[in-house]
Design a protein around this ligand. Structure first.
Ligand code: MSP
Length: 525
């Protein structure tokens, strides 16, 4: 049931030099939620994620662990990065590894094409390099070291010493693209989102661009430059190309045309690579630039960007083992405005789990389904005449669905969830106000009781459909308990853009039992 409208979305590809932490999981579940929404809306959706396996960082991590780079990445990808997707319930369509032949061959084709078009030249280079960033650092990100690094120049992001590299390199004529990039940002104000990220990129490009060193000759863990075997391609050029090679650039023209251009979601730390270098590379090759680049903020722990290298990394399964993957997804996607930084704390996670998931959504679902069981033998009652209060709920559901879809279009998952949550809050209030348990005591109110419970069931139907991209497991359980798959089909096939239309559940539908969606948890120490 695809509409033909293509929606191709990517995560950054992660460095498997180390194990994943919740920051990596954050980007991935955000992209997965956007992809699930579009898939459920019938768009021709494709979600890509993967790993960025070349570069010096990998050589060093492997050496430190007594392995070759290939052995090291094979182990981490198989044991940590691919399992992470299952831990977080991610429904990616593909997983690319930059050491795969499908990637390496097409990267060479691309670079050759750019070389042939005259955008690459050989030159001498001397500059300070950060292995953590895999980047020659601009002046603005070089600071004086402190403590053990006193007297050295360090990277502003990693606080680790920079290395002076001097070698013959191939350069990409990035400086030639300044005007075309500025025109792109001007003509397509949504190309870089949110607004703050766009402003930063525009200001950066306005200062002027330097040509980019795109090859290295002092090590060989990388893709060979096609016209010079003594060089490997700079890891970022290799990595950015994954977005194109994975969907058929250089190997499957039809596939590439079907998917490309992509929507890229990245952390703000790697915005410039995606919003400046990547579109310039594509322009140089004569390929359409991406649809857009959305930069989200950082997860902060103790006020700092959480990272393994600074030992603040938290493993995703430390959270999912206790709260489950739905809670992980819900928490990060609802508690942090997508595009801004957000602080993680166990207290906040626990409090929201209890208040919003267990007491809010979970309780609403179990109360309503239990009452259909108790008062109507588990058969969804026929609604009678609707009162104003019932019609108000119908309007809330319609508005929530429309607002959520509009928010997803702007990549604001947090706003979408907030809109959907108005249904949870209003329905809980509606139950309190209408007191179905009191109506049940009076035979004359039988029809009214039916209308109230039908309204609850319809609200739950809409909630299951709208929240399925965010919380696939709880909503699947709810869908089962509602008993609607016979009449309406599988949950994942429910068109999310029509979730707000009233009256989907046929009266007489047999509901089942619902175990608590968000059981009480043992608090971690
Ligand atoms: N390999 C490059 C990306 C190449 S894309 C062509 C890279 N990898 S990474 O593993 O270091 O980080 C990838 C992404 O993880 C970041 O851009 C960001 O999306 C996410 N995060 C890493 N740490 C994070 C936080 N503390 N908070 C939020 N996201 C974080 O960079």
């Amino acid at each position: 049931m695809t509409s033909g409208r293509s929606f191709y979305i990517t995560t950054p590809i992660y460095y498997p030099s180390d194990v994943p932490h919740i920051g990596h999981g954050y980007t991935t579940v955000a992209v997965d939620t956007l992809a699930r929404w579009h898939r459920q809306a019938g768009d021709d959706t494709w979600m890509l994620t993967g790993t960025d396996e070349h570069g010096q960082k990998m050589i060093r991590a492997a050496a430190a662990n007594g392995a070759t780079p290939q052995e090291w990445v094979d182990k981490l990808v198989a044991e940590s990065w691919q399992p992470l997707l299952r831990t977080l319930d991610v429904a990616n369509d593909d997983f690319i590894r930059t050491t795969q032949e499908r990637h390496e061959k097409s990267v060479q084709l691309f670079l050759q094409a750019v070389y042939d078009r005259g955008y690459i030249y050989a030159g001498e280079y001397e500059a300070l390099y950060c292995v953590g960033c895999e980047e020659f650092k601009p002046e603005s990100e070089i600071v004086d070291g402190a403590g053990p690094f006193e007297g050295l120049k360090v990277c502003a992001i990693h606080s680790k010493p920079l290395e002076l590299l001097q070698e013959k390199n191939y350069f990409f004529k990035l400086s030639e693209f300044q005007d075309r990039l500025l025109a792109l940002y001007r003509e397509r104000p949504d190309f870089v989102q949110p607004e703050s990220a766009r402003n930063e990129v525009v200001a950066f490009v306005q200062q002027g661009l330097k040509d980019l060193s795109i090859s290295r000759s002092t090590f060989d863990w990388g893709i060979t430059v096609p016209w010079d075997e003594s060089h490997v391609i700079y890891v970022w050029v290799d990595a950015l190309l994954n977005y194109a090679t994975a969907v058929g650039y250089g190997s499957d023209t039809e596939g590439f045309e079907r998917r490309w251009p992509a929507h890229h979601v990245v952390g703000k730390d790697i915005l410039r690579f995606h919003a400046v270098i990547w579109p310039a590379m594509l322009m140089a090759a004569g390929i359409e630039v991406p649809e857009n680049v959305f930069a989200h903020g950082w997860l902060l722990v103790g006020g700092e960007k959480m990272s393994k290298s600074k030992l603040t990394g938290i493993a995703p399964n430390a959270i999912t083992d206790v709260f489950g993957s739905d809670a992980y997804r819900f928490y990060f996607l609802s508690a942090i405005a997508f595009g801004q930084d957000g602080s993680f704390s166990w207290e906040d996670l626990s409090a929201r789990y209890q208040a919003e998931l267990a007491n809010g959504f979970g309780n609403l679902a179990s109360r309503a389904i239990a009452m259909v069981g108790k008062y109507f033998d588990g058969a969804v009652p026929e609604p009678g005449a609707y009162t104003e209060a019932d019609l108000a709920i119908q309007q809330i559901v319609a508005d929530a669905a429309a607002h959520a879809d509009a928010a997803i279009d702007r990549f604001r998952i947090d706003e979408a969830i907030r809109s959907i949550w108005t249904i949870v809050d209003e329905l809980n209030g509606y139950i309190t106000l209408n007191e179905p348990w009191a109506l049940a005591k009076d035979e004359a109110q039988r029809e009214r009781l039916g209308t109230v419970l039908y309204t609850c069931v319809e609200g739950l139907r809409a909630l299951a459909v709208l929240l399925s991209p965010v919380m696939p497991q709880a909503t699947a359980k709810l869908w089962d308990a509602l008993g609607v798959s016979g009449a309406l089909g599988a949950l994942l096939e429910q068109p999310v853009r029509e979730a707000g239309a009233w009256g989907g559940v046929p009266a007489g539908t047999k509901t089942g039992a619902l175990q608590p969606l968000f059981p009480r948890v043992e608090q971690p120490e």
